[in-house]
Design a protein around this ligand. Sequence first.
Ligand SMILES: [Zn+2]
Ligand SMILES: [Zn+2]
Ligand SMILES: [Zn+2]
Length: 243
Amino acid sequence: MAKYTVTRACGHQERVDLIGPHRKREYALEQMEGSDCYACVEEKRQKENEENAAAARAAGWPTLTGSERQMAWAETLRAAAVAKTRDSAAWWPEKYPELEENPAGIIEAALLAQTSAAWWIDNRGGEIAGAVTVAAADVARALGLLQLLQREDLGPHILVRPTINLPRPDAYPLTPMVRAAVCSCGWQPYPQKNAALAGRDHIEGLAAEELEAVRRAHPQDVPHACTEELGLRRCLMRPFLRQ
Ligand SMILES: [Zn+2]
Ligand SMILES: [Zn+2]
Ligand SMILES: [Zn+2]
């Protein structure tokens, strides 16, 4: 073990004990010399949080709730996510040339509706995915993915599960897309992972006559509107109708 005095990038000096092979110690010292000390990093972070909180107040964004520490951090996460959402406005029409409305505004509103600091911290790195999950039906509609719901010949409940792709920076780490589930009756699952199971619960929970009407519109053993007119390989409602 050896003691060293290191001058950090911020100019502050620190005494450190280092162990291990010479090369490893050299590397650790270089890392330390190239970065600010803990107190300076904390101070910078705090200042950034305060600036973001002031900007949020000036913009009239809702007040966050949570512990003081959580709220301070969430202000910075929120500011970055909203900036990222605004930056992504040009990406959507490129990816979805048929869109009816740019979803960036819907996503921003869904982000700003999240006032719990814990939400921001839990969703960090995937804030846009989180907001799209919350507002999945509205985003899918804006992207022109819900046109099927307008068809009356498909029975009283048409359930679709559009896949919403996300702009690159937020396509991290495991959620490059959000899978929505929306029914023509207005039902949509509470934001959750398994939209398919929720959809099946919705259809199976219908009153007997309604379920019968759905089955009549989608006879699984013969060609019907789904397979004939829409040209789908399989009936739209098949995943939700247990035989
Ligand atoms: Zn320092
Ligand atoms: Zn329905
Ligand atoms: Zn069908």
